[in-house]
Design a protein around this ligand. Structure first.
Ligand code: ASP
Length: 309
């Protein structure tokens, strides 16, 4: 049987066991498991890595627990502007949207950009119009309302500060979501989706929709999805950097990702983590924060759902 596997994340940050209740932990783990299993089933049925990462990310976007889709944080003007991207490693086709409002699944819009447009990246109103034409689902504003996220925003509203969702208060909800996968046909793919950072200036775009920063995929090296303070990931071209270290320095996916997260990001005080998979199905999930919601499953039987270090 050909090897296959998938890894997902639900954001990295100040996630402490001491500030987590048993119920919350179960809720997070079961949301991760549901997305993981759906992506894994797609792969085991012979589906492509791109389909698998899209399915997994859509489920995470539909959960109010994560900062993407339904659970997206509030921007400074009270809106929910979302960013998403997807990339496949065979032809290095990619699609991305940024600063979109009202889309139930921004990752679906990014996917439509990849397969149905001449472009790679659409933003704002143009991305929304395109998504409408592709029959992507839209929701009204109340779908995105969440009391905890609203309070996070109220606490810093009017100030110039903007914050990582997971760093505002230790016991609140965390994260951007993402997935990477290897399918039975030997192709890899990555996807990332986010509501960005609480109280961000409207129009602010993070790393998540930027090909090479928050996502990357190349069959010759790896597929990567990132989470953390986006500004640092953009400046470090983080996802592509993992691929470059493999391609040009011959590092393993584990060593390349570790170098990027524990040395290169930290050198700029960049906090966060990433998930990566190579064409042999090796998976690595490093982070330099207290925790990262993460899960992975391989055809070899290896399986993990974790939150803390
Ligand atoms: N990277 C995302 C951004 O900066 C935030 C996150 O990963 O939580 O928009």
């Amino acid at each position: 049987m050909e090897k296959f596997g998938i890894a997902i994340h639900g954001g990295a940050g100040t996630i402490l066991k001491s500030s987590m209740t048993k119920e919350k932990e179960i809720a997070y783990k079961s949301a991760l498991e549901e997305a993981l299993e759906a992506g894994y089933k797609c792969l085991s049925d012979g589906g492509s890595a791109v389909e698998a990462v899209k399915i997994a990310v859509m489920l995470l976007e539909d959960s109010p627990l994560f900062n993407a889709g339904k659970g997206s944080v509030y921007a400074a003007d009270g809106s929910h502007e979302m960013d998403a991207s997807i990339m496949e490693g065979k032809k290095r086709e990619a699609g991305a949207v940024s600063a979109v409002i009202g889309l139930r699944n921004p990752i679906d819009a990014a996917y439509q950009v990849m397969i149905n447009s001449e472009h790679v990246f659409l933003t704002g109103r143009g991305a929304e119009e395109f998504a409408k034409a592709q029959n992507c689902t839209f929701e009204t504003e109340d779908y995105f309302h969440d009391q905890l996220r609203y309070e996070q925003w109220q606490a810093i509203k009017g100030s110039d500060s903007f914050q990582l969702d997971h760093s505002v208060k230790k016991d609140e909800k965390f994260g951007t979501v993402g997935a990477v996968a290897l399918d039975k046909h030997g192709n890899i793919a990555g996807a990332t989706s986010t509501g960005g950072m609480t109280n961000k200036k409207f129009g602010r775009v993070g790393d998540s929709p930027i090909i090479g920063s928050g996502v990357y995929a190349n069959n010759e090296t790896c597929a990567v999805s990132c989470t953390g303070s986006g500004e640092y990931f953009i400046r470090n071209v983080t996802a592509y950097d993992v691929s470059c270290l493999m391609e040009h320095k011959g590092l393993s996916v584990h060593d390349a990702a570790s170098e990027v997260v524990h040395k290169r990001l930290l050198a700029l005080n960049g906090d966060g983590g990433l998930i990566a998979i190579d064409r042999h199905g090796n998976i690595t999930m490093p982070f330099n924060t207290e925790g990262m919601y993460r899960a992975m499953k391989k055809s070899s039987g290896e399986n993990e759902v974790s939150i803390y270090k």
